[in-house]
Write a protein that binds this ligand. Structure first.
Ligand SMILES: Cc1cc2nc3c(=O)[nH]c(=O)nc-3n(C[C@H](O)[C@H](O)[C@H](O)COP(=O)(O)OP(=O)(O)OC[C@H]3O[C@@H](n4cnc5c(N)ncnc54)[C@H](O)[C@@H]3O)c2cc1C
Length: 408
């Protein structure tokens, strides 16, 4: 079918159309390489060279800093497009792109004092120049295996004030792009007598910084090309300009710009679309190696119809959620964002499940991409802070309680 990820007939700006076409043009090469990255659990370096050559590493860098100036919606459409071809590339691209989206267009909508704004302009110019001029890749290691990445406790990784900068100590788990990123944009807590979530700092540590080591094995079920190993920080010094947002601004962003946490989900819409399209091609006898048509069986037709219904429900909520994204969205939009994230993550895996059941035994052979999509799609709803469980948890609580209410 090859309509854009938003579906045929959906209104796009000329810029969005151009960006989607650019991502589409890289897709076939990504799809060709995906099985190898998956088999080796190796990072998609060649795909990143292509992203760099296409100017997509600076997708979300604001235009005044030399980037393509994509907002959340444009980013999400590009990300979903990449996800159709290689889930691991799209997911890691999320970490990189959001390292520029958050200090970029998202931060512009937040409150800062004149002093903070001036500091932010100075610091972000340095980060953006690295991406635009040098093709630097940024990762986003937040998870620690505690309640912090779920937004329920301060990060245990700390930043202690030092002359002209910060000393970082701590450990991160599941750091996608480990060993491949040039900078690790981590969340940590300013070291004070009592650690507080309000003192969360967003700081980029160069991969070459003394005291930083990548540790642990990486041999997971899916999303194997993300190479999400552990990072250990031992007295790692970074200068002030390493800050990607001024003090206190990450906490403000997390409270006031909830859609910032939806950026993982477009990858999974892409996977869902790819699984659906694979199923149609398979049943039409168009997949190389399995040329037998099976589309004439009513059971197959019903299964494809079910997949289409699920895909359209997912896509519709995704697009609606993108329209809502802004600072201080109304409560309903916030709840809808949780619902969209839940739906995207869970339905992507369900569509892949139906695809394998419908196509049958030969479709799950490793010579075909469907079994990889199935495994990759399982990883979506595990990702903090908005796992499927935590989305339900938040919807239930926020639907029943207004801020400040309790039953005491
Ligand atoms: C492929 C992949 C790539 C990843 N890449 C990155 C990355 O680049 N950067 C990064 O920071 N992280 C990354 N992660 C980590 C991810 O975001 C989660 O932190 C990780 O999957 C959590 O695993 P855990 O077992 O420690 O979860 P736990 O914290 O033990 O949680 C287990 C489950 O319990 C539920 N839960 C957790 N806290 C609560 C609570 N307070 N209330 C109710 N339920 C709760 C959640 O549903 C969660 O799924 C990645 C994960 C995967 C699978």
């Amino acid at each position: 079918m090859n309509s854009p990820v938003c579906g045929a007939g959906y209104e796009l700006t000329p810029r969005q159309r151009e960006l989607i076409a650019l991502a589409e043009s890289l897709g076939p090469r990504f799809a060709e390489r995906a099985a190898r990255y998956d088999r080796e659990a190796s990072f998609p370096h060649e795909n990143y060279a292509d992203l760099k050559a296409a100017g997509l590493l600076s997708l979300c860098v604001p235009e005044k800093f030399g980037g393509r100036g994509a907002d959340l919606k444009s980013y999400s459409l590009v990300s979903a497009t990449l996800g159709k071809y290689c889930g691991a590339t799209a997911l890691t691209f999320n970490m990189h792109a959001c390292s520029t989206l958050w200090p970029g267009v998202l931060s512009d909508a937040l409150d800062m004092t004149d002093e903070q704004r001036a500091e932010h302009e100075k610091h972000r110019a340095i980060h953006f120049a690295r991406v635009v001029s040098e093709g630097a890749i940024y990762a986003q290691p937040f998870s620690e295996g505690s309640a912090a990445a779920a937004g329920r406790a301060p990060f245990g990784t700390t930043a202690t004030r030092a002359d002209g900068g910060w000393l970082i100590n701590g450990r991160k788990i599941f750091a996608s792009l480990s060993g491949a990123a040039n900078y690790y944009g981590l969340l940590c807590t300013e070291n004070k007598p009592e650690l507080s979530m309000r003192d969360t700092l967003y700081i980029a540590v160069p991969a070459t910084a003394p005291g930083l080591t990548v540790t642990g094995e990486w041999d997971p079920l899916g999303m194997r090309g993300t190479v999400s190993r552990n990072l250990v920080f031992k007295d790692v010094f970074v200068p002030d300009e390493a800050q990607m947002m001024p003090r206190g601004v990450y906490f403000q962003a997390a409270s006031r710009w909830p859609h910032m946490f939806t950026t993982l989900s477009p990858t999974y819409l892409g996977i869902a679309i790819a699984a659906y399209e694979f199923t149609v091609a398979y049943l039409r006898g168009e997949i190389q190696g399995v040329p037998v048509k099976r589309r004439m069986y009513p059971t197959k037709q019903i299964a494809v119809a079910e997949m289409w219904v699920k895909l359209e429900q997912t896509r519709a909520l995704f697009l609606r959620m993108l329209e809502d994204a802004r600072v201080d969205p109304p409560k309903e939009a916030r709840l809808r964002a949780y619902a969209a994230q839940f739906t995207l993550m869970e339905n992507a895996n369900d569509i892949c499940r139906l695809a394998i059941r419908t196509c049958g035994g030969q479709s799950m052979l490793k010579s075909l991409p469907l079994e990889r999509m199935y495994r990759d799609s399982r990883c979506g709803s595990l990702m903090l802070p908005w796992t499927a469980e935590l989305c339900l948890d938040r919807i239930g609580r926020e639907a029943l309680y207004e801020p400040g209410e309790s039953d005491e």
